[in-house]
Write a protein that binds this ligand. Structure first.
Ligand SMILES: NC(=O)CC[C@H](N)C(=O)O
Length: 415
C-alpha cells in the first residue's frame, strides 16, 4: 500500500525526518512526534524514560506490559490471539497493519491476549474477501489499548539496543497525566522475568478433540497457552487430543494413560514453572513419549536439568532461520520467545536428572540460540520455534510427523 495522505489531507512525516534515537544513551529523549498526524493524542512510555508520542488506537485508557517487537510482515491476527503474548505490549515492525481485517478462521484462541498494541500506520480500510471485522473494532471490543503513528523503526532499534523492557501506553484521560506520573506507572509494573502467567491463559476445564486423521493414539496436552493450530495439527496426525488445565497434577495426567504427552507454548518465565517441570519429569520417568513447543521446549530443558535465561530482546516473527543439525537443512520458521534454554550447542550432554544423553537438535542462525532438544535415550524432543506456523512458513510441519512416528514406535514396543 502507498502512504499518501491522512483522511484530513495532512502529509505523512517520514521516519528519516523524525528524531530517532537508536541507542539507550538518551533515555529521557522524546523519540518521535507521531508523524505529525491529527487525532487523539496517546503516548508510549518506556521504563527507561523514553517517550514516543502518537495517536490513540483501539481502546482508550492505559496499559502496562513488556514492550517487544514482532517482525512478521503478515499475521497480525495470529499474533494478537496467541496466548503467549499475554503481558506483552507488541509492536509490529510491518508499517501498515489492519489491511486484511479479522476473521474467525485465523483466531489462534478465543480472544486477543496482548497487553497493548503498537503500530505505525493502521489501515483505514479493510480489504479482503475473508475479512469479517476490522482490527480496530476488535481491539476496542477486547479492551486492548493501542497506539499508532509511532516510528516503529526507531523503537525497534531502541529495543534491540536496550533490550525488551516495561512500557505503558496512555490515551484518553490518561494521556493528560504528567510524564512523571506515567513513568511511575510503568516502573511499578511487573517485570516479565519471574512471572508465571499460565493460570491467566490456560483452560479451566479439560476438553477433548477427536482425531481427524488416521488414529494413532491419545495425547494429553497441558494447556499453558495452546494455539488452535497446534491442536488441529495433532488431531490431523491421528491423535485424540485431551486438553488439560495447567493445574492438572502428574497423577491425574498418568491416570489418563495417554499414549503421549505434549506441553504447549505459553506466556511467562519458564523458570517460574516448577510445578510443570515436575509433571514432565514424572511422565518421562513413566516412559510417556513427549513433544513440546516453545514454552514446552523450555520446560523439557528444565526437566532434563538445564537452566533457562532471558534473551536481550527475543525472537518474534515469521522469518527466523533455524539449522536442523541432523540434516544440515535450514528452515525458515516462526518464533515468539523471550527466554531460551541454556544448553551446550556443540556437544551431546548428559541429563543431570538421569534422563540420559541430550543433543541440541536445532540452533537459531541469527544468534546460535538453542532452538530444539532431542533426547537420545528416552522418547522426548521439543522445539523452541513454531512448527504450527500460524502465522508463518510451513517448513517445520514435519515435526508433527516425527511426533506421530515416535508414538507409533513407542506403542509397537509396548511402551
Ligand atoms: N511462545 C512461547 O511459548 C513463549 C515462551 C516464553 N514465554 C518465552 O517468552 O520465551
Amino acid at each position: 500500500m502507498t502512504e499518501t495522505t491522512t483522511p484530513a489531507g495532512e502529509p505523512l512525516g517520514t521516519p528519516e525526518t523524525a528524531a530517532a534515537p537508536d541507542t539507550a544513551a538518551a533515555p529521557e529523549a522524546v523519540a518521535t512526534t507521531g508523524f505529525g498526524l491529527a487525532g487523539e493524542p496517546a503516548v508510549l512510555v518506556l521504563e527507561d524514560g523514553t517517550r514516543y508520542e502518537g495517536r490513540a488506537y483501539g481502546a482508550r485508557g492505559r496499559t502496562v506490559g513488556e514492550a517487544v517487537f514482532a517482525t512478521g510482515m503478515t499475521g497480525y491476527q495470529e499474533t494478537l490471539t496467541d496466548p503467549s503474548y499475554a503481558g506483552q505490549i507488541v509492536m509490529m515492525t510491518a508499517p501498515h497493519i489492519g489491511n486484511t481485517g479479522m476473521n474467525d478462521d485465523d483466531e489462534e484462541s478465543n480472544r486477543i491476549w496482548v497487553a497493548g498494541f503498537i503500530v505505525r500506520d493502521p489501515s483505514r480500510v479493510v480489504s479482503n474477501f475473508r475479512a469479517q471485522r476490522s482490527l480496530d473494532d476488535d481491539l476496542v471490543a477486547s479492551g486492548v489499548v493501542g497506539i499508532s503513528g509511532i516510528d516503529t523503526r526507531a523503537l525497534t532499534r531502541h529495543l534491540r539496543s536496550a533490550g525488551a523492557m516495561r512500557a505503558g501506553i496512555f490515551s484518553g484521560d490518561d494521556a493528560a497525566l504528567s510524564s512523571g506520573e506515567q513513568l511511575a506507572v510503568v516502573q511499578s509494573g511487573a517485570q516479565m522475568a519471574g512471572q508465571n502467567l499460565s493460570g491467566a491463559v490456560s483452560t479451566v476445564e479439560p476438553y477433548s478433540l477427536p482425531a481427524t486423521g488416521e488414529r494413532v493414539g491419545s495425547v494429553a496436552v497441558l494447556d499453558l497457552g495452546v494455539k488452535t493450530s497446534t491442536l488441529n495439527y495433532l488431531a490431523e496426525r491421528g491423535f485424540d487430543v485431551q486438553v488439560l488445565p495447567q493445574t492438572t497434577t502428574a497423577d491425574e495426567v498418568l491416570a489418563l494413560r495417554p499414549d503421549a504427552l505434549f506441553f504447549s507454548n505459553g506466556p511467562g518465565d519458564p523458570a517460574a514453572s516448577d510445578q510443570h517441570v515436575e509433571i514432565l519429569r514424572t511422565a518421562l520417568r513413566a516412559g510417556v513419549p513427549y513433544f513440546g513447543i516453545c514454552f514446552g521446549n523450555q520446560l523439557l530443558g528444565r526437566a532434563l536439568g538445564f537452566g533457562t535465561y532471558k534473551l536481550p530482546f527475543g525472537h518474534r516473527g515469521i522469518n527466523q532461520p533455524v539449522l536442523d543439525r541432523a540434516t544440515g537443512r535450514v528452515e525458515i520458521t516462526a518464533h515468539n520467545h523471550g527466554f531460551a534454554v541454556d544448553a551446550p550447542t556443540d556437544r551431546i550432554s548428559e541429563s543431570s536428572e538421569g534422563f540420559g544423553r541430550v543433543e541440541v537438535s536445532h540452533v537459531g542462525l541469527n544468534d546460535n540460540v538453542v532452538e530444539g532438544l532431542n533426547c537420545l535415550d528416552i522418547r522426548a524432543f521439543s522445539v523452541q520455534y513454531h512448527p504450527e506456523s500460524a502465522a508463518g512458513p510451513h517448513d517445520a510441519n514435519y515435526l508433527f510427523d516425527r511426533f506421530r512416528d515416535m508414538v507409533i514406535a513407542s506403542k509397537e514396543n509396548g511402551n
